[in-house]
Design a protein around this ligand. Structure first.
Ligand code: ARG
Length: 559
């Protein structure tokens, strides 16, 4: 951050280099006696055809700033010595002035990124894997916006494929419409499980399922009607989860939206001469890419997951002219995305180079994959409700008179789950342990929210409503201020690395350092530094709140 102050200062005297170029040249001197930042003049000497020593001397004479107590030429270098008190003042007041827009940048220049996220499968419970995609994808969208991109959130609902043939068959065979209407997700899932156990005994059922899907693909009225009712019921159930998470989407175009456009995709593949017949199925071979072949059409003419992804991406490009497209999907689908992207390269699609699979690890329960196997349905909505009610118990234990307890409990219960996911490198598998996620002390969402609420309560107690920083002498404050001021850099890094964890880990550091400061300094005690201490507390709330927002979390003012 001192670098950026230096480059701003230098840019007025060095018009032949851009601010970024200057910043790139700046160095941190090895020895303290050479100041905080040093500018080597060799590059400039080449451009100006003068000696670097001469340039260093001139610059040191011409530059000045209230933030810098000394600027000195030593040989070919210009050394800057900052005045910490002046810099601290500048930094804190900038955070306060910019408030929630502090840390925003325009690197994206308004370019559009199409993000495929969440994308649960209808007629099945919303799985923990889809929860991860939803939570990580949503946070990446918020971080992308903060970096100046326009993010389009696409929920590519899994509403097409052979499994719906099987399900329709099972429904017609064994289903009870009233039961399904009452408890659609559980009932349909039970039917789906039953289909598989019956098919183990009688393999001819597989054929019946395939036929039913064929009927659906060619538009059989009865089947389409049944499918539609499954879909409506599922979306209604999913919406409850999205409402709890506070997440919305720009597009709900699911797999079925591409049923009629698939032939066009197959024709382009055909024209390029990419299609090969294999065992009656149609495939694109990817031997040179060291990948298994990409299946385009089955022997019975049914299309596949990959065919639909190929079709959907052209449609998205047509709709959004994206500069990047993200697919936030579990790492177990890595091969699938490699195949799809390779086929698009062979097709020379104009967007083939800007597609990115953003993978993540599994959710584990007691070390095992959390899944919906064999009818053991974990309903996410129930998990969220449980987290909220536990959060409520924790809050009541500390603060029984809290106004709008329920709203805050919801923010804390949901925040705990979001943060537990996002604080880890997304490729890690994560252990699901509600009690651990909900403790107020520890690396948890509630810990951040509680720290923020404590800071807010100090501000309330002070009775002030405008804050200005001039000088604060405690040694911890300088560390804290530098950390707060590094937020913009964290925002950039989090986007570059596609990593909400960078923000999450950073917020934990801020909270820890602030809590240390808070335990060592009597913030509200009367002294001439009180106003500045409060201003620093206010700056902490700005960063914590905005940082949590980037993770999709709420920051209650009281809890
Ligand atoms: N519905 C799919 C599944 O649950 C995920 C879809 C991911 N997105 C995609 N474009 N393939 O496996």
């Amino acid at each position: 951050m001192l670098h950026s102050l230096c480059s701003t200062l230098l840019s007025s005297e060095v018009p032949c280099l851009s601010k970024e170029e200057i910043e790139h040249l700046l160095e941190k001197p090895k020895h303290r006696e050479h100041g905080d930042v040093s500018f080597p003049c060799f590059a400039l000497a080449n451009l100006r055809k003068t000696s670097p020593q001469q340039i260093a001397k001139e610059l040191s004479q011409n530059l000045s700033s209230p933030l810098v107590r000394k600027i000195e030429a030593v040989g070919p270098y210009v050394n800057f010595f900052f005045d910490p008190a002046a810099v601290a003042k500048e930094m804190v007041n900038e955070i306060l002035a910019k408030d929630s827009s502090f840390g925003s940048n325009q690197n994206g220049d308004g370019a559009t990124i199409a993000v495929d996220l969440s994308s649960p499968n209808i007629a099945k419970p919303f799985s923990m894997g889809h929860l991860r995609s939803t939570v990580i994808g949503n946070s990446l969208c918020l971080i992308g916006e903060k970096n100046g991109y326009q993010m389009v959130k696409i929920n590519y609902v899994g509403d097409w494929g052979t499994q719906f043939g099987k399900l329709i068959y099972a429904y017609l065979q064994w289903g009870h419409p009233e039961k399904v209407a009452q408890n659609p997700i559980e009932e349909l899932f039970t039917l789906y499980v039953k289909f598989h156990s019956e098919a183990e005994k009688d393999p001819s059922l597989e054929e019946d399922g395939r036929k039913a899907f064929q009927q659906l693909e060619v538009g059989n009225q009865e089947y389409s009607q049944i499918w539609k009712s499954f879909k409506e019921a599922s979306l209604l159930a999913f919406q409850k989860v999205y409402d709890l998470l506070g997440i919305s989407f720009d597009s709900w175009k699911g797999e079925s939206a591409y049923n009629e456009k698939m032939e066009a995709t197959i024709s382009i593949l055909e024209e390029k001469g990419l299609l090969v017949e294999s065992d009656g199925a149609i495939i694109v071979t990817l031997e040179n890419e060291n990948l298994p072949p990409c299946l385009i059409k089955k022997r019975d003419g049914a299309t596949l997951y990959a065919t639909r992804d190929l079709t959907a991406v052209y449609d998205r490009y047509h709709d959004y002219h994206f500069s990047h497209a993200f697919y936030v999907v579990g790492h177990e689908q890595s091969i699938h995305f490699k195949q799809v992207f390779s086929v698009l390269k062979k097709l020379e699609a104009p967007f083939a180079d800007v597609l990115e699979h953003i993978p993540f690890g599994l959710y584990l329960k007691d070390g095992q994959k959390m899944s919906t196997r064999k009818g053991r349905v974990i309903l996410l909505e129930e998990v969220l409700e449980e987290s909220i009610s536990k959060a409520q118990q924790n809050i009541v234990a500390r603060n029984p008179d809290l106004p709008n307890l329920q709203e805050v409990a919801k923010q804390v219960g949901v925040g705990a789950i979001l943060f537990h996911d996002l604080k880890q490198d997304r490729m890690n598998s994560i252990e699901f342990d509600l009690d651990e996620m909900l403790v107020f002390e520890g690396e948890t969402g509630p810990y951040l929210q509680y720290t923020h609420a404590r800071a807010q309560s100090l501000l309330r107690k002070s009775g002030e409503d405008s804050f200005h920083f001039s000088y604060e002498s405690h040694e911890k404050s300088w560390e804290l201020i530098k950390l707060l001021y590094s937020f913009p850099n964290q925002v950039k890094q989090a986007f570059v690395k596609r990593s909400p964890a960078i923000i999450a880990q950073y917020l934990l550091k801020v909270a820890k350092l602030f809590n240390q400061y808070y335990s060592q300094v009597k913030i509200l005690s009367e002294s001439e530094e009180k106003e500045s201490r409060l201003a620093l507390v206010k700056a902490v709330t700005v960063i914590l709140k905005e940082g949590m927002r980037l993770l999709g979390m709420k920051a209650p003012d009281q809890m």
